[in-house]
Design a protein around this ligand. Structure first.
Ligand code: ADP
Ligand code: MG
Length: 645
């Protein structure tokens, strides 16, 4: 063997037959050093035989001692034949170039990174087993791919900025969003690409800087101006590389939120509107709990009608509030599944026990999904006034009928009366009449004259006249007092009438009589236990007009301040269903239309209690003076229409 033959250093080799392994002249320290290398080293001759392999090479390439200098590389590693590796080896061997590459050798399942270089005796290969590294790389690549897939699948747009503020990663969504026109973002700086977001106080600048420089994560909402025109929620996370930011387009949800808010506001507005209607409806509205019939809800009108506050009513049972048993009966009927509609009844409430009111009521069950009665809804219309108006109408109809009857009777008896008067006169003036009979005849004459006076007055009173007439206050008042003579004496009322004027005033006699009728009737009502009724008349001036003033005063109960304030209102009465509350309202109207004035003074104090009505009537009503064409119409007709309204 020549001294170029490799020798074996047994001290440094664990190989059993190192002598045979060393086929080229690698000796001593060199051999030792090569075996220590972490990489494999082989030499090949021109016949592709391996002439030397260091320890690593023997391990990686599974080279046995007998393989050296015997079989060719192609025989030893048949799987490399015809591969890229063979092509490159041949280039090294024949073209004398250096090749560097990675190769996977399947039979051994190893990845090798190698550098092949030509040497004088053939070629040398210097290589490493990079299987582990390669696997890690492959795994890393697939992890990255998978992560990218995950990123692409998220609904968030994700982008990474490096420390130079350049985009280094965009998931698909981010790419689509941030580069809608296809401009390439990777490698560009954020500041250049989105100058619209960079201004003093911009949330982007502030938060990105905090995350990048202070390493804290930040979350903020911001508007990306054109071309995006969208609202985003942006989350910035610090990463070793720079900043990872996630942004979510919340334009839609913002819009939906806004729409929802608007819708809520609208619903609230409608609710408030309905609530206001419910509260202020001119109909009493109540909601009852159906088991014990307790008040659940009640509107203003209903509390007003009851004379109780809402607190006094809510939670209470119906029988604790309404005095009539009919209400309870009806509610029970509806609670049991019945219906009660258009039901009219009269009742008083515990808040106003003396005041009976009439109601037209509809009861209806409020059903739940299972058809169970969950509540009972009640709508109550106060028809007290309507009832009174009805009664007043009937009353005035009756009065008119009685009047017509009276007038026809008085007309019929007038002629016989006149005959009897004349006959009595003849008897009284006859010489042969015995003096003892004279007082009887005179008494008969007196009584007869009273009868004829009543007959003529009744006739006058009920004769509907279309034209104003001229009458004295005395004529007017006396006629009415005569009519009430019976009631007055029955009530123990002492009448004092005195007139200091004989001025004739032009008026609708019937209407003025109606006024006096109302005043005197009220006075009688106020003096249930007797008293004094004063009637006076004198010339007077009022509002620049000449006329007369008629006073009707009583020593009755007098009126409260509240009553004095309201007594001219229609339907205002303190007499419950016995009064219509229309008397003074109509009277005032009649007086107004005569250009007159009606006022009252009243007190309930001590002994002085009583009331004075003062009626001024001008000599001629202005309208009558101005023209005779329909200035004054019969008030009964006008009021009749008014009542029905
Ligand atoms: P009505 O007599 O039907 O109640 P009115 O319009 O005639 O209606 O009177 C209204 C109210 O005025 C009466 O209910 C009564 O309270 C009060 N009033 C009227 N005149 C008198 C009076 N002379 N004395 C006391 N109260 C009176
Ligand atoms: Mg009256």
């Amino acid at each position: 063997m020549s001294d170029t033959e490799p020798r074996v250093d047994t001290t440094h080799s664990d190989s059993k037959s190192t002598e045979a392994v060393l086929a080229v002249d690698v000796s001593g320290d060199l051999r030792f050093m090569l075996d220590q290398l972490p990489d494999g080293v082989i030499f090949m001759d021109e016949a592709w035989r391996i002439t030397y392999a260091n320890e690593q090479a023997r391990r990686i390439s599974r080279i046995r001692p007998e393989d050296l200098n015997s079989k060719s590389h192609w025989e030893l590693y048949p799987a490399t034949v015809g591969t890229e590796q063979e092509r490159r080896y041949r280039r090294v061997m024949y073209e004398r170039v250096i090749e560097e590459f990675e190769v996977y050798y399947e039979p051994f399942d190893v990845w090798i990174k190698l550098r092949a270089l030509p040497i004088a005796s053939g070629m040398a290969v210097y290589y490493q087993d990079v299987t582990e590294l390669k696997r890690a790389q492959i795994e890393a690549a697939s992890v990255t791919r998978r992560l990218e897939q995950v990123f692409d699948a998220t609904s968030d747009a994700i982008a990474v900025l490096n420390r130079e503020w350049r985009y280094t990663f965009l998931n698909q969504r981010a790419a689509k969003l941030l580069q809608p026109d296809g401009r390439e973002l990777i490698g560009q700086t954020m500041w250049n690409m989105f100058p619209e977001t960079v201004f003093p106080g911009s949330p982007f600048v502030e938060n990105f800087f905090r995350t990048m420089n202070e390493g804290v994560s930040t979350v903020f909402e911001a508007y990306y101006p054109a071309p995006l025109n969208s609202h985003f929620q942006v989350e910035c996370q610090p990463s070793p590389e720079g900043v990872v930011f996630f942004f979510r387009d919340i334009t839609e949800s913002k819009r939906a939120e806004k729409a929802l808010r608007a819708e809520q506001a609208e619903t609230e507005r409608q609710r408030a509107e309905l609530e206001a209607i419910y509260r202020t409806a001119p109909v009493g509205l109540i909601l009852f709990e159906p088991k014990e019939l307790r008040y659940l809800r009640i509107n203003d009108r209903q509390t007003e009608m009851m004379g109780l506050s809402r607190e006094e009513v809510l939670g209470r049972r119906v029988e604790e509030i309404v005095t009539s048993p009919i209400a309870l009966e009806n509610l029970r009927k509806v609670a049991a599944g019945g219906v009660v509609t258009d039901f009219t009844f009269e009742t008083a409430f515990v808040g106003r026990p003396d005041e009976t009111q009439a109601f037209n009521v509809n009861y209806s069950p409020v059903l739940d999904a299972d058809g169970q009665v969950r509540a009972i809804s009640v709508a109550a219309l106060d028809v007290t006034k309507l009832r009174k108006a009805e009664r007043a109408l009937i009353q005035s109809e009756k009065l008119a009928a009685v009047g017509r009857l009276a007038s026809s009777i008085s007309h019929e008896i007038n002629n016989p009366l006149e005959a009897v008067t004349n006959l009595l006169y003849l008897i009284a003036t006859d010489e042969v009449l015995p003096p003892s009979l004279k007082p009887y005849v005179h008494a008969a004459q007196d009584e007869l004259s009273r009868v004829s006076q009543i007959a003529t007055q009744t006739l006058r009173f009920h004769r509907q006249s279309n034209k104003p007439t001229a009458v004295t206050p005395a004529q007017l008042v006396d006629a009415v007092l005569n009519l009430f003579a019976g009631r007055l004496s029955n009530s123990g009322i002492h009448v004092e009438a005195s007139y200091s004027t004989a001025t004739k005033i032009v008026c609708f006699e019937n209407d003025i009589r109606q006024v006096l009728n109302n005043l005197i009737a009220n006075a009688i009502d106020a003096m249930r236990t007797g008293g004094r009724l004063l009637a006076r008349a004198h010339d007077a001036h009022h509002g620049g007009l000449e006329g007369v003033r008629i006073l009707v005063a009583d020593t009755g109960t007098g009126m409260s301040v509240e009553t004095q304030r309201r007594l001219f209102e229609p339907f205002y009465t303190t007499k419950d269903l016995n009064g219509t509350g229309l008397g003074l309202w109509i009277s005032k109207e009649i007086v107004d239309r005569h250009g007159g004035d009606l006022r009252v003074r009243s007190t309930q104090n001590g002994k002085m209690h009583g009331t004075v009505f003062s009626l001024f009537l001008p000599k001629e009503p202005p309208a009558v003076a101005a023209s005779n064409s329909a200035p004054l119409k019969s008030p009964a007709v006008v009021k009749g229409e008014g009542l029905l309204r």
